[in-house]
Structures are given as structure tokens and as C-alpha cells.
Ligand binder design. Structure first.
Ligand code: UDP
Ligand code: MG
Length: 332
């Protein structure tokens, strides 16, 4: 920011059917942000194709508060895309991504801003504790992060979500990465810069239910794995070596048996198991390659990441409240 204005902090909040909680979230956010007197703020709510009253509420926030901007996507594009849309429209010197359900405590933003003052470019939230989440979700998350790190060259910090503060430089770096299957937390880790964790207790969802269906979660997990690692592609090579080794041992065994005892190795059971085993492996590997090919296809199509139905409160929107202050002198 310039020396004469307080720096601007953009808060990006992706929202999908959050009518149960968004009012509370907005209240908490406004409360916290008002305390930060040395900063100016904008809150960018991204409506990710909600079909409940979320959008109505967001429009209301925008009407009342000049710092609120609303980005209305043309349909549900998913959390990671919604976040990306928000980032593309943020103009802050720093940008904070936060969930709409108050699982990420807005109070942490103050500490993040302090870290930024000390020269940290990315302050990412690390969950110390996950209240109100099922054992299944906790374990699957744990397993997932360990697996990604084992397979990928990019060290993605454990137990991190998308709750984070990023310097403008990092946001620009991120936006210059045009990939379509976006795993934002991994991409941020990949950009480098000075990154530091900040620890917080992940609260239970304040209201409403998780908007991550099992399908969306799996999709995210696969994105995380495949976008950051080519190791799975090498898997077939190792399995191939192993199968060939096994076959060599089998050949040696059969030959020796035949020479020494005049017997053949008996049994079509073994044969059948062998065929099933190898057939299974081959199909598995084909599927894996297919996943990568699908991603390539997706990239090659080069479709836009999302479409916007409407923007509220952004400078280029003539109806917005903040452009009212910068009306160009009328030509008479
Ligand atoms: N979200 C979104 N689009 C989606 C799914 C989720 O914008 O398709 C938002 C949601 O409103 C919330 C955040 O992403 O602000 C995280 O979702 P959620 O809390 O349901 O996920 P969980 O915390 O259960 O992993
Ligand atoms: Mg949540």
C-alpha cells in the first residue's frame, strides 16, 4: 500500500449454501476487522452457486456495508475454484482465505497480519485440533496428507486447509498458474517465498452441514495427489519389474522341477490366479494413466475456470456503492 493510506487486506470467503451460518460469520468478521485500525478491509464473498438464501443474505451485507463485495458464480464450481475466483478479484496488499462456516477462527487474522508485518509472505493455518469432526474424517485427512507428501516433491504442510494469509506477490504467483485442476494449498506451497505456520484450534462448524460431499473430497484428494506427483505413473514400472521377477523365479522353478523329477508344475489354479493378478494390475495401471490423460484433456480444452453471473461492489460495476465516490466529472 501507499504510505499515506493504510494497507488493504482482502478477505475471501467461499460460500455454498451457507444460509445457516453466514450471518454469524459476517458479524464475527466485521467485529474483528473493525478492531484492526491500521488496516483497511474488503470482504469478498464468493457465492458458489448456492440454491438457498445465502445469496439474499450476501446481497444484504453488501447493501449495508461498503467493504463487502459479492462475486456470484454462474453455478457451483467447487470450493477451490470459488477461492480462485475470489483471489482474482481481490485487490488487497494481502489476501486472507477463510471458510464461511467459522471453523477457521477469524480472530487468528490479527496474528496473521502481525506475522506479515514481520516479513512473512504466507501465514498458513495449521489445525491443532479438530472439534466436531468424525473419526473417519480426521483419519482420512491425516492419511491423505501423509500420502501426498510421501509421493510428491512439494512438501505440503500437514493438517493445513486453505485458511491462510498471502502477500500480494504470492497471490500474483498463484494466479499466474493456469492449471484447471486446482489444489490451492499445494499450489501455494509450491510457489515458495517465506511461509510460516500459525497454529489454531479448528472449531466445529458453527451451523449447517459440511458442503464437501464424499465425491468432492475424493476429487480433491486425487487432485492433490496427481497434480503434485508423477510417482504413481512410475508405479507400473516397479510392479512390472516385480511381476517379471516373479515370473523368472517361476520359470527357474518349473525347469528345475522338470529336469530333476521329470514332473510338470501342476494346477490351473495357479494359472488362473496369475492371469487375474496381472489382468487386475494392468487395468489398475490403465485407470491411473487414464486419470492423468483426463487431466491433460481438461487442460487442453482450456475452458475458463468459472463464469461470473454478477459482481456487487467491485469498481468496474457501475451500480456499486464504492464507484459512487469516484464518479468521473460529467462532460457537459
Ligand atoms: N464450499 C464452496 N463450494 C463447494 C463446497 C464448499 O464454496 O462446492 C465452501 C463452503 O461454503 C465453506 C468452505 O468451502 O465455506 C469449506 O467447506 P466445508 O466447510 O463444507 O468443508 P469441510 O470444512 O467440511 O471440509
Ligand atoms: Mg467446514
Amino acid at each position: 500500500g501507499s504510505r499515506f493510506h493504510p494497507p488493504l487486506c482482502s478477505i475471501v470467503v467461499p460460500c455454498f449454501n451457507e444460509e445457516a451460518v453466514i450471518g454469524k460469520t459476517h458479524g464475527r468478521l466485521m467485529g474483528i476487522l473493525c478492531e484492526q485500525t491500521s488496516w483497511s478491509f474488503e470482504i469478498i464473498y464468493v457465492d458458489d452457486g448456492s440454491h438457498d438464501r445465502t445469496l439474499k443474505l450476501l446481497q444484504e451485507f453488501h447493501r449495508v456495508e461498503s467493504q463487502v463485495r459479492v462475486l456470484i458464480l454462474s453455478r457451483n464450481f467447487g470450493h477451490q475454484i470459488a477461492v480462485t475466483a475470489g483471489l482474482e478479484h481481490a485487490s488487497g496488499d494481502v489476501v486472507v482465505i477463510i471458510d464461511a462456516d467459522l471453523q477457521d477462527p477469524p480472530e487468528t487474522i490479527g496474528q496473521m497480519l502481525e506475522q506479515w508485518h514481520q516479513g512473512v509472505d504466507v501465514v498458513y493455518g495449521v489445525r491443532l485440533e479438530r472439534a466436531g469432526e468424525t473419526v473417519y474424517k480426521r483419519w482420512s485427512a491425516k492419511l491423505f496428507y501423509r500420502l501426498v507428501n510421501m509421493l510428491s516433491g512439494t512438501a505440503i504442510p500437514l493438517d493445513t486447509g486453505d485458511f491462510r494469509l498471502m502477500d500480494r506477490q504470492v497471490v500474483q504467483a498463484l494466479l499466474s498458474m493456469p492449471e484447471r485442476d486446482r489444489f490451492v494449498r499445494g499450489m501455494v506451497a509450491w510457489t515458495g517465498f517465506r511461509q510460516k505456520p500459525i497454529f489454531y484450534k479448528r472449531a466445529a462448524r458453527a451451523s449447517g452441514r459440511t458442503k464437501y460431499s464424499l465425491k468432492k473430497m475424493l476429487r480433491l484428494a486425487v487432485d492433490g495427489l496427481l497434480s503434485f506427483s508423477r510417482t504413481p505413473l512410475r508405479l507400473s514400472m516397479w510392479l512390472g519389474f516385480m511381476a517379471s521377477g516373479l515370473a523368472l523365479v517361476g520359470i527357474a522353478y518349473a525347469t528345475i522341477l522338470r529336469l530333476l523329477t521329470q514332473q510338470w508344475v501342476a494346477g490351473w489354479t495357479l494359472l488362473f490366479i496369475g492371469i487375474m493378478f496381472l489382468g487386475g494390475l494392468q487395468l489398475l495401471m490403465l485407470g491411473l494413466i487414464g486419470e492423468y490423460v483426463g487431466r491433460i484433456y481438461n487442460e487442453v480444452k482450456g475452458r475458463p475456470l468459472y463464469f461470473i453471473r454478477e459482481r456487487l461492489g467491485f469498481a468496474e460495476n457501475p451500480k456499486s456503492s464504492d464507484t459512487a465516490e469516484v464518479v468521473t466529472p460529467s462532460r457537459q
